[in-house]
Design a protein around this ligand. Structure first.
Ligand SMILES: [Zn+2]
Length: 81
């Protein structure tokens, strides 16, 4: 069974359609049961869409590091539950 931390790790590959079929099914099953991951994937998908709609935009290193930090914080909070 896929755990929330697995989904956090492979979520962007799921959105990009890069997962193997068996993994995709596991993700979908997890999303059916897990509200937190549904909103996580929803937010991730929205971010990807925004980034793709600004494809000439380059994220600067500082900003990327801050986002990484925010994601890690969110994951830590989720694990604490
Ligand atoms: Zn989950």
């Amino acid at each position: 069974m896929l755990m929330c931390r697995d989904l956090a790790r492979i979520g962007s590959d799921y959105i990009d359609g890069k997962l193997r079929p068996a993994e995709t099914i596991s993700v979908r099953m997890h999303l059916m049961m897990c509200k937190d991951c549904r909103s996580f994937i929803g937010n991730l998908r929205e971010s990807v869409r925004l980034i793709q709609s600004h494809s000439d935009y380059r994220m600067d290193e500082d900003y990327a590091t801050r986002i990484d930090g925010a994601i890690n914080d969110a994951l830590t909070r989720q694990r604490g539950k």
